[in-house]
Design a protein around this ligand. Structure first.
Ligand SMILES: [Zn+2]
Length: 363
C-alpha cells in the first residue's frame, strides 16, 4: 500500500517539509508538538536535532486529502480513517454507524469521513455506538464530539479507568463486558474480546469476521518498529504474547491504530521477529556486559542510581545495535526507538523474568 509519496522521502528538511505539506499533516503535527514548536521554533532547533535514516517507502500509506485525512474501504461496509499518525475504523450499517476509537488528532475529520462515506452509500450517518479499544486519551480523546446519545462500549476496566480519570472528553462506556461481547450491526457483527492486560490493563481485540479484519491498538505498528518503550506498554510479557493472540484470529487486514497504513499478517510476523531478535540481544547483553566500570565510577561516592543508570543505559545501547542494523531499511524508525525498546525489554527481563544480572542474589 505505497503511494506516490514514496518519491519525496528525502531525509533532508526540504524533503520532510514537502512531504508533510503533501500529507497536510501540519494541523495534526501542531496539535501533537504544540503550536509554538510547529510554527516557529522548529527551524531554530533544526541544527540540534538528530537526523535519522530514511523511512522505507513501503511504511507509508495512501495520500491524505486537503482536510488532512484518508478514508478507505477495508471490505464491504467496513472502513478505516487515518491522519498519518492515528487510525480509526467504522462499520456503516443501513440504520447507523458503529465507530471504533476516536483519536483526537483525527478529531472532527472522523465525522467528515463518516459523512462522506454514508452520503455516497446512501446509508444513515448517525453514529449509534462508539467502541473504545482502551482508555488512553490519544485513541479515544475525541469521544466527546459524538455527544451524549451515542452508546459507548468498552471493557469493564476501561470504565473503571475512565471513571477515575474524570476526563470530559472521554465519557466512560455504559455498555461494558468482561470477556466477550458481540455487537450486531445489521447482517454484520463486531466481536469484542479481552485476552488479559498487554499494552494497557484494558486493551481489547475487535474482530469483524465477515470482513476478516482485526483491530488491536498499540500492539503492532505495520511498517514501523513499535513506538517508544514498546508502545509505553504496562505489561510487557502480555504485550509480547498479544502478537500470538492476534495471529490466532483468522484475519487478512489489521487495523493497528497508528500511522498511515493497514497491516497484513506478514507485518505482525515481522514485528514479532523484531521483538524476538531484541529479546535475544538483550539476553546476550545481560550475559556479556561487564558492570564493573559503573561500580568503580559511581560506587565510591555512594551514587547508587548512577550505577544503575550507567549500566542500564549501556545495556540498552549494546542490545539495540545489532537489531537496528538488521531492521534499518525494513521498518520505519528502527534507529529512532530501538534503544528505548531495548531498555524496556532489558528491564522486563530483570523484573518480570527475574534475570537480574549483577543485581541478583548475593553469593
Ligand atoms: Zn494506548
Amino acid at each position: 500500500m505505497t503511494s506516490n509519496l514514496s518519491t519525496t522521502h528525502s531525509p533532508s528538511r526540504r524533503g520532510f517539509l514537502s512531504r508533510a505539506a503533501m500529507m497536510a499533516a501540519a494541523p495534526a503535527a501542531a496539535a501533537i508538538v504544540g503550536p509554538g514548536l510547529a510554527a516557529g521554533r522548529a527551524e531554530a532547533a533544526e541544527g540540534d536535532l538528530p537526523s535519522y535514516a530514511p523511512v522505507p517507502a513501503a511504511s507509508f500509506g495512501p495520500a491524505l486529502n486537503a482536510d488532512g485525512y484518508f478514508v478507505g474501504r477495508i471490505q464491504d461496509n467496513l472502513y478505516w480513517v487515518t491522519d498519518g499518525f492515528y487510525q480509526s475504523m467504522f462499520l456503516a450499517g443501513a440504520r447507523g454507524v458503529v465507530v471504533v476509537d476516536a483519536p483526537p488528532t483525527i478529531g472532527h475529520n472522523l465525522v467528515r469521513a463518516i459523512n462522506q462515506v454514508t452520503a455516497e452509500a446512501g446509508t444513515s450517518s448517525t453514529v449509534t455506538h462508539l467502541v473504545y479499544s482502551h482508555s488512553h486519551a490519544d485513541h479515544i480523546g475525541a469521544s466527546s464530539i459524538f455527544g451524549d446519545d451515542v452508546v459507548r462500549v468498552g471493557h469493564v476496566e476501561t470504565r473503571r479507568l475512565l471513571r477515575e480519570a474524570g476526563d470530559p472528553n472521554r465519557p466512560p462506556p455504559t455498555l461494558t463486558f468482561s470477556d466477550r461481547r458481540v455487537l450486531a450491526v445489521g447482517a454484520d457483527r463486531l466481536e469484542l474480546e479481552y485476552h488479559g492486560p498487554n499494552h494497557s490493563p484494558d486493551n481489547i481485540f475487535i474482530y469483524a469476521p465477515r470482513q476478516r479484519t482485526l483491530m488491536v491498538v498499540d500492539v503492532v505498528f505495520p511498517g514501523w518498529v513499535p513506538f517508544k518503550n514498546l508502545a509505553v506498554s504496562q505489561d510487557i510479557p502480555g504485550w509480547v504474547r498479544a502478537h500470538d493472540v492476534a495471529l490466532d484470529y483468522g484475519w487478512t487486514t489489521l487495523v493497528g491504530g497508528h500511522l498511515g497504513r493497514l497491516g497484513v499478517r506478514a507485518d505482525v510476523e515481522l514485528q514479532r521477529q523484531y521483538v524476538h531478535d531484541l529479546d535475544d540481544s538483550v539476553r546476550q547483553t545481560l550475559a556479556s556486559l561487564d558492570p564493573t566500570p559503573f561500580f568503580q565510577q559511581y560506587g565510591p561516592s555512594g551514587n547508587a542510581w548512577a550505577i544503575f543508570k550507567g549500566y542500564l543505559d549501556a545495556a540498552a545501547v549494546q542490545a539495540a545495535a545489532p537489531v537496528v542494523d538488521k531492521y534499518l531499511g525494513q521498518l520505519g524508525g528502527a534507529d529512532v526507538f530501538t534503544v528505548d525498546n531495548a531498555a524496556v525489554l532489558f528491564e522486563s527481563l530483570r523484573i518480570d523474568a527475574g534475570r537480574l544480572g549483577p543485581f541478583g542474589i548475593r553469593p
